[in-house]
Design a protein around this ligand. Structure first.
Ligand code: NAD
Length: 487
């Protein structure tokens, strides 16, 4: 059973992880705990010299370990040992996650750590199953497509679910035979550092997983631009995704995958099971206090059921217990920072000034830390940032429509297309929705990621380029070489 913990007594290292050791550097970032706003750590910022050391360590480890060239099942076995160690260290990893991030300890151990171990196992199993191809050519030739790792992958992750994001990046890159230099978010680096330490303890050759700490513009940009980083794998905001593209264009063109932001709609049709829809929508927006890329923030409800849905939503969204991430009784997260909670408040206030009505919440909670009330807004003006921008907070907008066409039209965001929820008991309508709605993931009569890691995730439009998870993520960490042999 997961237990509460005292954040003052958690041990962690605030240093880069290169090869098999911590490398200290001058501290430049002050970190505060989101649950009580208390300062608790400082973090170094890796400069070009540190990044180069990490990249050269990764290159040397690839050469000496034979990671990419020895029997692929050896990668599978080493990664399985790593996943077992992650499970065995679940309480320690979960505490590190809940210390720095917004994930409550009740979820970080049983969900985040468990999912990370599963993802490592999922990708480990692809190492000796996915490969190249022999293709049809004329009889005088043999045509082959070889599948090869890139070399050193540069990965960057966001702060909102740090461990799982590290699993998304490290799992497929390592299974596919690469080494990785990963920069976690400057706000939540500690669980990722320990994950890397566990990789070495599990027998993954030292130097294949390296973690450099620092901010985006200094460390992140230098990592991406490093000439020996062969492939970039990024998860974060659409804004930072644009900066990554600029860096790649200005330094050296290289392949990249970008998993970016969203503004996901949830359409509730008249035939829907309203109780189920309300429970799924409440969970979909309140998990991590709306700080998930797939937060289902735009509810679009048929006029015939809108009143009943709103009543149920208000009840469901009032049932969450806000509390410190280290308190095992809390299941509602704080917001990551003072800056972000001020931004949420400004967006809600602007919506109210523009004519919207607060059906629930809509204010900062009167308690320590950065907690914002579960919020429902109706009557929001179409050009309000509450409807157009990713809020990354526990804020739902509800728009009322008459019929399918209006619902589909409204669901279509000009820039984002990450995920969407559809609630209906009409099979034909579900099928039409699945085809009409523009998003990389559609959930029908449910909302949120399952533990089916085979389903790839990624955005339409500016929500991203390429996929994480699934076989697609493994393939994205390998490159294809065409070979034609004259017989
Ligand atoms: P962010 O974009 O501010 O930062 C993400 C990471 O990028 C951090 O490590 C940051 O240091 C780094 N970074 C920032 N600017 C950079 C630059 N110019 N060059 C290189 N690196 C840079 O995002 P965040 O606030 O940490 O996370 C929240 C965002 O992540 C949301 O937009 C959310 O939707 C998105 N996200 C997307 C997915 C997905 O699968 N699509 C998953 C989780 C989070």
């Amino acid at each position: 059973m997961t237990r509460s913990f005292d954040p003052r007594h958690i041990e962690f290292r605030s240093a880069h992880w290169i090869g098999d050791r911590y490398v200290t550097g001058p501290s430049a970032l002050d970190l505060r705990r989101p649950s009580d706003a208390a300062p608790y750590a400082t973090s170094p910022i890796a400069d070009l010299a540190v990044i180069d050391e990490a990249v050269q360590t990764a290159k040397a480890a690839l050469k000496t370990s034979g990671w990419a060239t020895s029997r692929p099942r050896q990668r599978t076995e080493a990664m399985h040992r790593w996943a077992d160690l992650v499970d065995a260290e679940a309480e320690t990893l979960g505490r590190l996650e809940s210390l720095a991030s917004t994930r409550p300890i009740s979820q970080s151990v049983t969900v985040d750590v468990a999912v990370t171990a599963e993802q490592i196992r999922f990708f480990a199993e692809l190492a000796d199953k996915e490969g190249g191809d022999v293709v049809p050519t004329d009889g005088d030739h043999l045509g082959m497509i070889l599948s090869e790792p890139y070399g050193v992958v540069g990965a960057i992750t966001p702060w909102n679910v740090p461990l799982s994001m590290a699993g998304w990046k490290l799992g497929p890159a390592l299974a596919a035979g690469n080494a990785v230099v990963l920069k976690p978010s400057e706000m939540t680096p500690f669980s990722t550092l320990y994950l890397a330490e566990l990789a070495v303890r599990a027998g993954i050759p030292a130097g294949l997983v390296n973690i450099v700490l620092g901010d985006g513009p200094t460390t992140g940009a230098s990592l991406i631009g490093h000439p020996d980083i062969a492939k970039v794998s990024f998860t974060g905001s659409t804004l930072a995704g644009g900066a990554i593209l600029r860096t790649i264009a200005e330094t050296r063109i290289k392949p990249m995958t970008l998993e970016l932001g969203g503004k996901s709609p949830q359409i509730v049709f008249a035939s829907a099971d309203i109780g189920n829809a309300a429970a799924c929508i409440a969970r979909g927006i309140l998990i991590n206090a709306g700080q998930t890329c797939v937060a289902g923030t735009r509810v679009i409800a048929d006029r015939r059921i809108a009143g009943a849905l709103l009543d149920r939503l208000c009840t469901a969204m009032s049932a969450y217990r806000a509390g410190a991430t280290w308190d095992a009784a809390s299941d509602f997260s704080p917001i990551i920072s003072e800056r972000q909670i001020a931004r949420i408040d400004a967006i809600v206030e602007a919506a109210i000034s523009g004519g919207a009505e607060r059906m629930l919440g809509g204010r900062r909670m009167a308690r320590d830390g950065y907690f914002y009330e579960p919020t429902i807004l109706t009557g929001v003006a179409p050009d309000s940032p509450a409807l157009t921008e990713e809020i990354f907070g526990p804020v739902l907008t509800v728009q009322i429509v008459d019929g399918e066409d209006e619902a589909f039209a409204l669901s279509d965001h000009p820039a984002y297309g990450l995920a969407a929820g559809i609630y209906t008991t009409d099979l034909g309508q579900a099928m039409r929705a699945m085809k009409r709605v523009e998003a990389g993931t559609i959930w029908i009569n449910r909302y949120g990621r399952s533990r089916d890691h085979i389903l790839p995730t990624g955005g339409y439009k500016s929500s991203g380029i390429g996929k994480d998870l699934g076989k697609e993520a493994y393939r994205a960490n390998r490159r294809q070489k065409s070979v034609l042999v004259a017989i």
